[in-house]
Design a protein around this ligand. Structure first.
Ligand SMILES: [Zn+2]
Length: 240
């Protein structure tokens, strides 16, 4: 990501965070919080660790993040790397997704090659069901950043829409594809797509929940809310 830093101030600001990771002052997750939600003071480790940032550093983080978001949107055609649904202004809320999780692979936290686009749903389930075991088991779901990666080698995706109904179906064709389908709860995506297309009120509620999820996922203090919303969404669409 240092390649996106164009001025000395931007390079210095990013190097400061890389230094904190290298000397283990911060975990990858904490350093990413300083970068993605920049503010004058961050408190960590039950407020025992206080780190301060100047206005120039805060501006540098915002500028680099904006460039990073633009680059990822262009590279991935504004679609989630896992479920391939549209994200952004006219699609689902999304986050910069660390394929190798920053908690287990802190040195990869600011590596552009480790970043992709993850929608709110894939982000939620990957964090809960994949990331914690990645270090011990390796990545068992699809790896959208791998050399020569082709989505169609792992999952066939059918998306049909008429004026009345919308239908999406994933068919896994490899072990990583099957793991992705199961761990990232693609059955919920299939159900919610068709139900939302015929029930406008539920679709509006779903959009609202996704907006709240998108905001909460960037905030470490809201993990309980994120987990609750994930369960709520699943239970709604299983009843539906
Ligand atoms: Zn997704």
């Amino acid at each position: 990501m240092i390649s996106l830093a164009k001025t000395d101030a931007e390079k210095d600001a990013l190097r400061k965070l890389l230094g904190y990771i290298a000397n283990r002052t911060l975990t990858g997750t904490q350093a990413w919080t300083c970068f993605s939600s920049p503010k004058p003071e961050h408190l960590f480790n039950k407020k025992k660790l206080s780190l301060t940032f100047t206005k120039d550093e805060i501006d540098a983080f915002k500028s680099i993040k904006k460039k990073c978001v633009g680059k990822l949107e262009l590279k991935h055609s504004r679609a989630c790397a896992y479920c391939r649904r549209a994200v952004g202004r006219y699609g689902f809320g999304w986050h910069i997704e660390h394929v190798y999780p920053k908690a287990s692979f802190p040195a990869q936290t600011f590596s552009l090659g480790n970043l992709t686009i993850g929608c709110v749903d894939c982000n939620l389930w990957k964090a809960a069901r994949v990331d914690k075991w990645t270090l011990a088991q390796g990545i068992r779901i699809i790896e959208p950043i791998a050399d020569g990666f082709r989505y169609g080698d792992h999952l066939n995706l059918v998306h049909l829409a008429t004026e009345d109904i919308c239908f999406v179906k994933y068919n896994p064709t490899s072990n990583p594809g099957t793991e992705t389908y199961e761990k990232l709860q693609f059955a919920d995506i299939e159900r919610s797509t068709i139900i939302d297309s015929v029930n406008g009120e539920l679709a509006a509620l779903h959009r609202r929940m996704n907006d709240i999820l998108a905001d909460a996922q960037g905030d470490d203090s809201k993990t309980e809310l994120v987990a609750l919303l994930g369960k709520l969404k699943s239970s709604i669409y299983r009843l539906g």
